[in-house]
Design a protein around this ligand. Structure first.
Ligand SMILES: [Zn+2]
Ligand SMILES: [Zn+2]
Length: 340
C-alpha cells in the first residue's frame, strides 16, 4: 500500500514525510483493517514529525483523524461488520486496568497507545484499529467533512467542557485553527458568546463569519471580561494574556498536547480562584457525545483538501497559518489532485 512515512524527526520545512510503498498490515486479535478514505491533518502530527513529542516509534505513519471503511476483521473482532464506515481517533487503545481506566478516566491511561504516534496512523491507504476504539460516523457528513471531527472536533469539545463555560457565558478562544472553528459552533449552540484572539487575519475573518462577537490580535485584550478561555495555540506566552482576561473564578483550558514554555506568572493573575488546566487526549465517551452534538447542530467543517502524496505541503501550510479551517488528506485523490 501507499503511505506517508516519517523515518526520524525533522523540521517540516525539509519535507521529511516519504511517500512510498509499505506492506499492508494484517489485523490480529481485536483489530480491524480499515481502508482509509480521508485523514485529517492535526497540529499534533507536526509535533510528532518535528520531535516535540518524545519519540516513541520510528518509522511511523502519522495521522489520527481517519475516516475509512472496514475491509477485514479478525474472527475475535465481531462488533463491526466489513463494509461499515468508521472513524479512528487519537486514542488507539488503553490497558483497561490501570487506576485511571478503572476510574473512567481512560484519557489518562498509563499504558495507552496513540494512533499515528505509538502505532501507525492514517496517512496511508490502510490502517489497523482496535474495534473497541472506532466510532460510528453520522451519515450527514462526507468523508472529508467527518475527518476533522475526530481530533479537532473531539478535543475542542472536551476543552469546552473542561473550561466550565455555561449557557450565556463569555468564552475566549486563543488561536483559531481546526479545533477552534469546530468548537465555536458547539459553544454558540450552547448559547455562549465567543471572543477570538488570533494573529492571522483570515482566521479572524472566519471566526467572525462563524459568529464570534469579536476578533482581535493574539494579545489584544477582549472587550469584556471572560468566564472561561481556551488556548488552542501552542504558545506559552498566551497564557498570561488569557489569565488576565478572566473574571474571578474563571478557567483557562489549554487544548494542545504541546506548548512552548510559559513566562513567569504573577500570583495576582491567578488569585481569586482562577484555574489553568490542560486537556489531555479524550475518552470514547467524549467522542460519542461530540459526534452526536455535531450531527444535531449540524457542524460545518471548513476544509482544504490535499492528496495523500502531498502531506508535507499540507503540514507546511498548517505551520504557516495558511490553512483556513482544517486540512484533510483525501486518499481518493491521486498525487496530481485528480480523483482516481
Ligand atoms: Zn489504563
Ligand atoms: Zn489531533
Amino acid at each position: 500500500m501507499k503511505a506517508c512515512v516519517i523515518d526520524a524527526p525533522a523540521p517540516i520545512e525539509t519535507n521529511p514525510l516519504r511517500f512510498r510503498d509499505v506492506p499492508r498490515p494484517e489485523p490480529q486479535g481485536n483489530q480491524v483493517l480499515i481502508r482509509v478514505r480521508a485523514c485529517g491533518v492535526c497540529r499534533t502530527d507536526l509535533h510528532v514529525i518535528e520531535g516535540e513529542l518524545a519519540p516513541r516509534k520510528y518509522p511511523v505513519i502519522p495521522g489520527h483523524q481517519v475516516v475509512g471503511v472496514v475491509e477485514a476483521v479478525e474472527k475475535s473482532a465481531a462488533r463491526i461488520n466489513p463494509g461499515t464506515r468508521v472513524g479512528v481517533a487519537w486514542l488507539h487503545s488503553t490497558d483497561g486496568v490501570c487506576e485511571y481506566c478503572r476510574a473512567g478516566r481512560e484519557n489518562l491511561c498509563d499504558h495507552a497507545d496513540f494512533t499515528g504516534y505509538t502505532v501507525d496512523g492514517g496517512y496511508a491507504e490502510y490502517l489497523l484499529a482496535d474495534e473497541k476504539f472506532v466510532y460510528a460516523l453520522p451519515d450527514a457528513f462526507t468523508d472529508v467533512q467527518a475527518a476533522p471531527l475526530l481530533c479537532a472536533g473531539i478535543i475542542g469539545f472536551r476543552s469546552l467542557r473542561l473550561s466550565g463555560i455555561k449557557p450565556g457565558g463569555r468564552l475566549g478562544f486563543y488561536g483559531f485553527g481546526a479545533a477552534a472553528h469546530l468548537a465555536i459552533q458547539v459553544a454558540l449552540h450552547w448559547n455562549a458568546e465567543v471572543y477570538v484572539s488570533t494573529r492571522d487575519e483570515r482566521h479572524r475573518r472566519l471566526a467572525l463569519d462563524l459568529g464570534a462577537r469579536w476578533a482581535g490580535g493574539t494579545l489584544d485584550p477582549p472587550p469584556v471580561p471572560l468566564d472561561a478561555a481556551i488556548v488552542f495555540a501552542p504558545a506559552g506566552e498566551i497564557v498570561p494574556a488569557a489569565l488576565k482576561a478572566l473574571k474571578k473564578g474563571g478557567t483557562v483550558a489549554l487544548a494542545g498536547i504541546y506548548m512552548s514554555p510559559t513566562p513567569p506568572l504573577e500570583y495576582a493573575w491567578l488569585y481569586h480562584e482562577r484555574a489553568i488546566l490542560s486537556v489531555a487526549n479524550n475518552t470514547r465517551e467524549d467522542g460519542e457525545q461530540f459526534l452526536k452534538v455535531a450531527a444535531e447542530i449540524p457542524i460545518r467543517t471548513h476544509t482544504e483538501v490535499f492528496p495523500l502524496a502531498e502531506a508535507n505541503r499540507a503540514l507546511n501550510a498548517l505551520k504557516n497559518d495558511a490553512i483556513n479551517g482544517a486540512a484533510v488528506l483525501d486518499i481518493s485523490l491521486s498525487s496530481d489532485g485528480l480523483a482516481r
